[in-house]
Design a protein around this ligand. Structure first.
Ligand code: ADP
Ligand code: MG
Length: 479
């Protein structure tokens, strides 16, 4: 089966049976997509459509006059009567011989709703798609529903990873010292569909074995999210499978529950979410019942690692680099701040740390003293400061909530010093700590499949915006 990237086009192509129709999908930001039934031609271009009609001209030329219809459809049904393309079309004589059909659509794919997954006794195979930032992840996860013990609030299933394909774009963005959104989207476009096929092959499954398709709906980079949303909705439509949008952080938050030793974990528990974009302490009372206890008021912990590494001239991403350099460093050489440490809040702050590192690095450079030992000492000092801040607030949350179970998620959760300090907390009898495997700490498709499957099984779709919608900004306590 072919995988189509734009489900709306697939819908429009099916609806207009003409073999030789050219479909022009417009959206509000003058991007447009062309598709020719028969040989599917998809182009994305940023153009002033009405002023520069070359792309349309060329597409018509490429069709060698074999066209009889031109169908414009607009995914957003506001003000189409006044749409500049419609005005332009009515005013031009150039394409007179072509019949134009205007279609205002917000097509709802006729795939079943996730809530249709009714039989909770049956196992569920979920395809998970993650494209929120700089990792392309696709995975197949099988969920086995389990009978819940009365009085215990547990997840409604256990999970097994059947296969996964994961690509990190680190090398692509390394030269820029951070993620370039446009490059990220383009790379997802190239990799995603082959990854979906690969994951299926590796699990020795066919499309008919998949019960549900889950994709990251947000938060993240808008363009990157759209790539995943389009594939998920297109596949759902083509295979007649339900599709569910997942909150990226909910994926991170629930991923530790895939670990074998988490099978006995009961709600409520605390979650420390520490990634490149987020630093949050949440209280998890059940699926979709999340309360924000504290979050960063400026930079995220991962960002603090990344920016410090950049200032020291170390590689990208900064977290693993700082971790490596810190091994031979002296953490007490540089006195770095622990912002908000003494304040009675569960919020975090890391911006002051970055400024302090910058000041030290400038001084060292002025003295020609930024050698490898200084780099290692600074790396060790930065790591100690970030881990101290995270530990301080985590311990405070345990004391304040009296909840003695903690799951750790997000890329920074792979940091060895943080893991050691949290394990110590467990040994001291303060709290049970559950980490996802380091490979599941950074973004991946497994956590999206798992979170989507749990949602479907609990018949809790959450407040999702519907097909073809992504949410670049989406607070976790609003799912
Ligand atoms: P995002 O959702 O922002 O992409 P991820 O969950 O993929 O976040 O994690 C990426 C972040 O984790 C980066 O900021 C990176 O520096 C950090 N990170 C990864 N490994 C480590 C580590 N071993 N120690 C500290 N930080 C790490
Ligand atoms: Mg990432």
């Amino acid at each position: 089966m072919e995988l189509f990237f734009n489900a709306q086009l697939v819908l429009a192509l099916r609806k207009h049976h003409a073999a030789n129709a050219l479909i022009v999908a417009l959206n509000s930001s003058s991007l447009f997509t062309l598709a020719l039934r028969g040989g599917l031609l998809i182009k994305l271009a940023c153009a002033e459509f009405c002023q520069k009609t070359d792309l349309l001209d060329r597409a018509l030329k490429a069709a060698e006059g074999g066209l009889e219809r031109l169908i414009f459809f607009h995914a957003n049904n506001r003000h189409l009567e006044f749409h500049p393309v419609k005005k332009w079309w009515q005013g031009t004589h150039k394409y007179r011989e072509l019949k134009a059909f205007w279609q205002v659509t917000n097509p709802q794919p006729p795939n079943p709703a996730p809530s249709s997954i009714g039989d909770t006794q049956k196992s569920l195979v979920v395809l998970g798609i993650e494209t929120s930032c700089d990792e392309t992840g696709v995975a197949l996860v099988r969920l086995e529903p389990r009978p819940l013990k009365v009085g215990q609030d547990q997840t409604p299933a256990t999970g097994t990873i059947l296969s996964q394909a994961l690509h990190s774009q680190i090398a692509l963005h390394a030269a820029y010292g951070g993620v370039v959104p446009e490059l990220a989207s383009r790379d997802h476009v190239i990799r995603l569909a082959p990854f979906a096929k690969q994951a299926l092959k590796d699990a020795s499954l066919t499309w008919s074995d998949v019960d549900l398709i889950a994709y990251t709906e947000g938060p993240g980079l808008a363009g990157a999210l759209l790539v995943g949303a389009s594939l998920a909705q297109g596949l759902g439509y083509a295979c007649g499978k339900p599709v569910i949008g997942v909150h990226h952080l909910e994926g991170h938050l629930l991923s530790p529950l895939l670990e074998p030793d988490a099978k006995t974990l009961v709600f409520p528990f605390l979650a420390l979410l520490v990634s490149g974009g987020h630093t949050q302490l949440m209280q998890v009372d059940g699926l979709g019942r999340y309360t924000m206890l504290g979050e960063t008021i400026d930079d995220a912990a991962g960002e603090a690692f990344d920016k410090s590494a950049q200032l020291l001239g170390l590689g990208y991403p900064g977290g693993p680099e700082i971790g490596k350099w810190a091994v031979t460093g002296n953490a007490s050489r540089f006195d770095l701040p622990r912002p908000l440490a003494k304040r009675p809040t569960l919020d975090f702050s890391f911006a002051g740390l970055k400024t302090a590192v910058l000041t030290h690095v400038q001084k060292l450079k002025a003295m020609h003293a930024l050698d490898d030992q200084a780099r290692a000492d600074m790396a060790a000092s930065v790591q100690a400061a970030i881990v101290d801040v995270l530990m301080n607030k985590t311990e405070r949350a345990i004391t304040e909530t009296r909840i003695q179970q903690l799951v750790v998620a997000g890329g920074v959760g792979a940091n060895l010093m943080l893991r050691a300090r949290l394990k110590q907390l467990q040994q001291d009898g303060r709290c049970r700590v559950i980490f996802p495997a380091p490979s599941l700490c950074t973004d991946n498709g497994v956590m999206i499949a798992w979170a989507g499957g749990l949602r479907a099984l609990s018949r809790e779709q959450g407040a999702h915006a519907g097909p073809f919608t992504v949410r670049p900004r989406w607070p976790l306590d609003q799912v």
